[in-house]
Design a protein around this ligand. Structure first.
Ligand code: G
Ligand code: G
Ligand code: MN
Ligand code: NA
Length: 248
C-alpha cells in the first residue's frame, strides 16, 4: 500500500492515537469504553480503523505492519485503561489476520502481564467478515484467548452476511448489534420485532446484547426495555480522547 511506510513511521513516532467511546449498562451506569484507532495523516485528514487496517495489511493480510498496528493499539489501550476505575471494561477491535497469527495469544498475554490489566475486563470484538475465511482456526484462537479470561464480542451483528453459524461455533460472551439494527426501533414495528427475536435468541445462548449506534433517548429506552445489557452511541458520547474519557 502506498501509505504503508508513512504509517510505519507514524507508529514509530507514536502518532497513531486512540479514541474511546463510552458504553453504558442498561441502568445507565458507565460500563466501559471501546477503543477506536485514529491516524491524523495531515494531507488526507484523520484516518479511521478500517482504513488503517487496509493500509497495514496491504495485499498480504498478515504483514509485519498489521502486527505492529495491533500491538500498538493493544498496548496503548491497556495503558490508558489501567488508569480507569477497576469496574470499567475495555473493548478492542481485532481482525481475522490478528486471529490467524500463531503468536496472537502470546502477544495478548504479554500485554496483559506487562500492564497488570485484569483479563476479565478486556473484550475483543471480532466482526463476522473477520471470521469468514478460517472459522475453525479463528474458533481455536478465540478458545485460547477465552482461557486467559478475556471476553469475546461478535461485532456488527446484523450487518453483512449475518451468519448464524458463528453463534454456534465461536466462544462468545457478547453480541454487538450493528447500528442499522437499532436505527428504526423507536418507530418501526418490524425493526422492533427483529430486535426482540435476536435478544431472545442471544439470551437463550447466554450472550449479552450490546446495542450500538444509539443516537436518541427513544432508541436507548427501547433497547433497554427489550433486554439489551448495554449500549453505546452518540447519545452517550462520541469517541473521545483518553483524557476526556478519564474525566467522564
Ligand atoms: O470509529 P471508526 O470510524 O474508527 O471505526 C471504523 C471501523 O474501524 C470500525 O469497524 C471499527 O471496528 C474499526 N476499528 C477501529 N479501531 C480499530 C482497531 O484498533 N483495530 C481494528 N482492527 N479495527 C478498528
Ligand atoms: O464497526 P464498529 O462497531 O467497531 O465501529 C464503530 C463505528 O461506529 C465507529 O466508526 C464509530 O465512530 C461509529 N459510531 C459510534 N457511535 C455512533 C452513533 O451513534 N452513530 C453513528 N452514526 N456512528 C457511530
Ligand atoms: Mn467495534
Ligand atoms: Na459495530
Amino acid at each position: 500500500h502506498p501509505l504503508a511506510s508513512e504509517l510505519a513511521g507514524a507508529l514509530e513516532r507514536d502518532e497513531v492515537t486512540l479514541l474511546f467511546q463510552p458504553q453504558f449498562a442498561a441502568d445507565g451506569a458507565l460500563y466501559g469504553a471501546e477503543a477506536l484507532v485514529r491516524w491524523d495523516h495531515g494531507e488526507l485528514g484523520k484516518l479511521a480503523g478500517d482504513e488503517l487496517v487496509l493500509i497495514a495489511q496491504g495485499s498480504h493480510g498478515l504483514s509485519e505492519l498489521a502486527r505492529g498496528l495491533t500491538d500498538h493499539v493493544l498496548r496503548r489501550a491497556l495503558a490508558a485503561a489501567g488508569a480507569w476505575p477497576d469496574h470499567l471494561s475495555l473493548s478492542l477491535n481485532v481482525t481475522a489476520a490478528d486471529l490467524a497469527a500463531a503468536d496472537f495469544t502470546a502477544a495478548v498475554t504479554a500485554a496483559l502481564a506487562d500492564t497488570g490489566f485484569d483479563p476479565a475486563r478486556l473484550t475483543l470484538e471480532i466482526t463476522e467478515q473477520a471470521m469468514v475465511a478460517e472459522l475453525d482456526r479463528s474458533a481455536m484462537r478465540l478458545e485460547e484467548l477465552v482461557a486467559l479470561g478475556v471476553r469475546v464480542a461478535l461485532d456488527d451483528f446484523g450487518a453483512g452476511f449475518c451468519n448464524f453459524r458463528y453463534l454456534k461455533k465461536l466462544p462468545l460472551h457478547y453480541l454487538k448489534l450493528d447500528r442499522s439494527m437499532v436505527q428504526g426501533i423507536a418507530e418501526d414495528r418490524r425493526d422492533l420485532e427483529v430486535l426482540r427475536g435476536i435478544v431472545a435468541m442471544a439470551n437463550a445462548l447466554d450472550l449479552k446484547v450490546i446495542a450500538e449506534g444509539i443516537e436518541s433517548e427513544a432508541q436507548r429506552d427501547a433497547v433497554v426495555r427489550e433486554g439489551c445489557a448495554a449500549w453505546q452511541g452518540y447519545l452517550g458520547g462520541k469517541p473521545m480522547a483518553a483524557g476526556d474519557f478519564a474525566a467522564l
